[in-house]
Design a protein around this ligand. Structure first.
Ligand code: NDP
Length: 283
């Protein structure tokens, strides 16, 4: 249905935000469930983040998703935090309810995507590797720990940032180690699952060039980059015989709790939703 004057309002705050798939994603669910609601892109400048969020709350928005570069600012603005946001130190969902409730749904989103595409026990009792040390890598380490990885090896272009990440997450119950990319070949033995969580390979940027040989025959690689959907890295992984998971699964699943918070219905991740997003990526 078209939104009426009483529509429930939500959106995604980013800078820039025109590349976001979230309006198409939530728009699909709004139509599917016949909800009187709207979900809009919100270009919010970094220096105006707090003032703009407060204005949206005053105007009756139910909440917002938060994307680059605002996830740390949203963490700082939140009055209350869920457990995942506290552990990761970043917020991608602000629910306006007696102040600002800050949540991190990237952790559960990645976990759900891995379970759906590789199976519940895909990393249980096995070694995982995370490439990258930014906010998404941090969410990936928490997700892999929750999934029962026996050890998580973090690799980053800037080794000091990998070390900072391992230190910041030393409270997770999984042994963590940190290194630069130069250590990959010596430290890849036993790795069953790689999560690539850097911005390399995104929107025409050069892809990450780490070798993918020497891994177990049932090893898998998940690329969180979803634009383009078939990254060079995923193509190399498939050619090397690895099972692959693209970034759309995480994107779709991280949106589920947001939609539920804004509109009161828990939506489903379906092939029809994936088709909508794949089409949006082709435009
Ligand atoms: P950050 O800016 O926080 O971190 C960027 C990371 O990428 C750092 O580790 C940085 O290394 C590394 N990096 C950047 N360029 C290169 C390069 N050329 N070669 C090697 N490493 C590089 O980014 P985010 O964590 O916010 O986002 C990372 C990716 O995750 C993005 O592509 C984003 O689109 C994607 N994402 C996907 C989601 C999904 O649902 N699928 C959800 C959220 C994000 P260094 O420390 O050395 O600078």
């Amino acid at each position: 249905m078209s939104p009426t004057g009483a529509a429930r309002l939500a959106g995604v705050a980013g800078w820039p935000v025109s590349q976001s798939l979230s309006p198409a994603l939530h728009g699909h669910w709004l139509a599917e469930h016949g909800i009187d609601g709207a979900y809009v892109p919100l270009p919010v400048r970094p220096d105006e983040f707090a003032a703009d969020i407060q204005a949206l709350a005053r105007m009756g928005f139910r909440g917002v998703n938060v994307t680059v570069p605002h996830k740390e600012a949203a963490f700082a603005l939140a009055d209350r935090l869920d457990a995942a946001a506290r552990t990761v130190g970043a917020v991608n969902l602000l629910v306006f309810d007696n102040g600002f409730q800050g949540c991190n749904t990237d952790v559960s989103g990645l976990r759900a995507a891995l379970v759906e595409e590789l199976g519940r026990d895909c990393v249980q009792g096995r070694v995982a590797a995370v490439w990258g040390a930014g906010g998404t890598a941090r969410a990936a380490v928490v997700a892999l720990s929750q999934m029962g990885a026996s050890e998580i090896r973090i690799f980053n272009r800037t080794p000091a940032r990998a070390e900072q990440l391992a230190k910041a997450l030393e409270g997770v119950p999984t042994p963590l180690s940190a290194a630069g990319y130069g250590a990959w070949t010596a430290r890849r033995d036993g790795v069953a699952l790689i999560v690539h969580a850097t911005s390399a390979g995104m929107n025409g940027k050069a892809s990450i060039a780490l070798p993918l040989d020497g891994l177990a025959s049932d090893a898998a690689l998940c690329d969180v980059v979803y634009n383009p959907l078939k990254t060079d890295l995923l193509e190399r992984a498939a050619a090397a015989g690895l099972r692959t998971v693209d970034g759309l699964g995480m994107l779709m699943h991280q949106a589920v709790p947001s939609f539920a918070a804004f509109y009161g219905i828990t939506p489903r991740v379906t092939p029809a939703l994936r088709a909508v997003l794949e089409k949006a990526l082709r435009v």
